[in-house]
Structure formats: structure tokens, C-alpha cells
Design a protein around this ligand. Structure first.
Ligand SMILES: Cc1ncc(COP(=O)(O)O)c(C=O)c1O
Length: 348
């Protein structure tokens, strides 16, 4: 077991033992390989450096209460990477290969899988990049698929706390009919500058609107939006948001609670009618919002409207219940009725 303070883990890059790799060349994937060197060698003309032919996934492995290791819904991540690869014109790893390499990655780095009881997990990062040296604007015919991992802490532990967000009126994340619904690396740097400014003002998240008319909520910079209105779970229906696996799981859990799930356009002003609003994604499951501010510009001082939900770090009852249920399933404390936990063999 690695010498790590499991209770003090953050969420960041981490040098573990091994990366699992396969190369695509001449129309086929090479046999899966383990590399104990934590570095890649690339031709400076490699497509990824010039044309951003890069996509990735993010999922988590858990040490469950009964001692078994599992990965949460890796099939969903495999399918999403195939969809993204197709968008970029890259060859996609098969579902079997994706899951096998993810499993190999956990096994090879098992000493970095946090023990049960620390609310910590192992973040798994599959990465697909075009590495053919080229100048032509064509999809690369040589790629590398790499799976790496890092131990990751929980922001909250057992109980959630709330944060705040600012609406992005003068920045867009995704063009209509653009790449927003795919997990391409190039979707992220456009948020770095607005994030920096938002963080300096104390906001945790940026809430993007539909770029064409700015009337409807799309998603946060790195997570989906959902809200609770009475007994209804509301989440935006938009071609520009990443289909979040956490959101999909939360919708199922909400239905299991007997709630109604509405996937539809969500006008910004409807924020005033919600009992709870939150962000969701693999990294933290749920980030409840205490308030969301509407500002003409992120950098400006003017605030036109404050949508308040919960104060002083408090969290709504539905978000709490959803969080406890998802994390309970992940850590094997609650029955996995939907078969979401991909179990690694006993003794790992
Ligand atoms: C833009 C964006 N939206 C939503 C999500 C949440 O997706 P998931 O729940 O599959 O992690 C992520 C993070 O992966 C993301 O980067």
C-alpha cells in the first residue's frame, strides 16, 4: 500500500506505477502494453500538438465495504469515448479493450486504490490522441490509447456542503451543433480564463447558457446542471452538453425515489423557481449551489440577479439523499440494483 494520507487527497495528476497503452497503426491496435515510465515520446509534428486530436474519459474505481474493488459504469465511458472518437475521426478502442485496459490499470496500480472508509477513490483517465506526424488537415491514422490513474479525495466526505456559481453571459463553451456534447480536450481551455476570474471572485463554477440565444441553461464548465422542483428532477435537454454518466445515474436514482425526471429546455429565469440547484460529475458526484449569480460580464462588478438556494454551506435534502445513494452504491454500502459496479476479481 502506498504511503499516502488518504484523508488529505485532492484531485490532481499523480505519478503512480504504470500506464497501460496500445498503439493504432496500419489499421490495427497493438497488443496491450504496460509502461512503468511515466512519459511519452512524440514527434513534434504529431497531430495532437497542432490540431488538438485528443479526447479523454474520466471514471472511478472504489474499494468497497466488503473489500472488493470495482469500477463505476465503465461501459458507459467506453461508449462515450467511441462516440467522441467518431466525431474526431479517430479509431476508437473497442468496449472490451477499453474495459480491459481500465481494469489492468487499476490492478497495476492497486497500491494507490484508497482503502474503504476514507471517502476516497481512484480516478481513471483513459486518453486517446492522434500521434501521426502530419501537416495535412486530415484525421490522424496513428493514435495512442493510454489509461492512467490517480488516487483522488472526496471534497466532502460523508456530508455535502454548498458552493456558488456565476452565469457566463459574455463567454461561450460550445457552438450550436459544435463539439459541446463530446469529451474532446479542446472543449476545456476556453473556460480557463473565465474560471480564473470566477474563482478570484469566490465562485466555484461557471454556468454556461445556450450560445445562440442565451435563454436556456446548458451546463457548467466541467459538469452537468440539475435542479429540484418539488418532486421533480429537472436537467437541460441540449445538443451542446456532455451526456454525463453521473447525471444519468442520478436521474435513475431520482426515479427510484418516486420522483419525476424532466429533461427539457430550462430557461434561466426558472432558477427562481427551483428548491435546489447543483452541478454533477464523476469527480465529486454532486456540487450543490448555495446561490447562482447573473452578471452581464464575469469580469465586471455588476450583479443583475442572485438566485438563492441554501445559505451558510447548507444543502438541500434531495441533493443529500441523492449523494448518499450514489456514493453508497459505489462503496458497496447499498444494493447495486442496476448493476452499475463492474467488479474486479476477488483478491485484487
Ligand atoms: C463538460 C462536462 N460536463 C459534464 C461532466 C460530467 O460527466 P460525468 O458525470 O460522466 O463525469 C464532465 C466531466 O466529466 C464534463 O467535463
Amino acid at each position: 500500500m502506498a504511503n499516502i494520507n488518504w484523508d488529505k487527497l485532492g484531485f490532481d495528476a499523480y505519478e503512480t506505477n504504470t500506464v497501460i497503452l496500445s498503439h493504432y497503426k496500419d489499421g490495427k491496435w497493438s497488443p496491450i502494453r504496460r509502461s512503468d515510465e511515466f512519459s511519452f515520446t512524440f514527434d513534434p509534428f504529431a497531430a495532437v500538438f497542432h490540431y488538438a486530436t485528443s479526447c479523454f474519459e474520466g471514471m472511478k474505481a472504489f474499494r468497497q465495504k466488503n473489500g472488493r474493488a470495482c469500477i463505476f459504469r465503465p461501459e458507459e465511458n467506453a461508449k462515450r469515448m467511441q462516440r467522441t472518437a467518431d466525431y474526431l475521426g479517430l479509431p476508437a478502442p473497442t468496449k472490451e479493450m477499453f474495459i480491459k485496459m481500465s481494469e489492468e490499470c487499476v490492478k497495476a496500480n492497486i497500491e494507490f486504490l484508497p482503502p474503504y472508509g476514507h471517502h476516497a477513490s481512484m480516478y481513471i483517465r483513459p486518453l486517446l490522441i492522434g500521434m501521426r506526424p502530419q501537416m495535412q488537415l486530415i484525421p490522424p491514422t496513428e493514435c495512442v490509447f493510454a489509461v492512467m490513474c490517480a488516487p483522488a479525495g472526496s471534497y466532502y466526505g460523508e456530508n455535502l456542503s454548498s458552493f456558488s456559481a456565476v452565469i457566463a453571459r459574455n463567454y461561450d463553451r460550445a457552438a450550436p451543433q459544435g463539439s459541446g456534447s463530446y469529451k474532446v480536450g479542446a472543449n476545456y481551455p476556453c473556460s480557463f480564463k473565465p474560471y480564473k476570474m470566477a474563482h478570484e471572485q469566490g465562485y466555484t463554477e461557471i454556468l454556461y447558457l445556450n450560445s445562440a440565444t442565451k435563454q436556456y441553461i446548458d451546463e457548467y464548465g466541467s459538469s452537468n446542471f440539475f435542479a429540484i422542483k418539488g418532486n421533480t428532477y429537472v436537467t437541460p435537454l441540449s445538443d451542446s452538453v456532455l451526456p454525463s454518466i453521473t447525471n444519468k445515474s442520478l436521474q435513475q436514482v431520482a426515479m427510484d425515489f418516486g420522483m419525476t425526471v424532466e429533461k427539457r429546455k430550462v430557461p434561466v429565469e426558472e432558477l427562481a423557481e427551483f428548491d435546489e440547484a447543483a452541478a454533477c460529475g464523476t469527480a465529486v458526484v454532486i456540487t450543490p449551489m448555495s446561490h447562482i449569480d447573473d452578471k452581464p460580464t464575469i469580469e465586471g462588478k455588476e450583479v443583475t440577479k442572485v438566485y438563492k438556494f441554501f445559505q451558510d454551506g447548507k444543502v438541500g435534502p434531495v441533493c443529500s439523499k441523492l449523494y448518499k445513494t450514489i456514493t453508497g452504491i459505489q462503496f458497496g454500502e447499498l444494493p447495486d440494483t442496476h448493476g452499475w459496479c463492474y467488479m474486479l476479481p476477488e483478491g485484487i
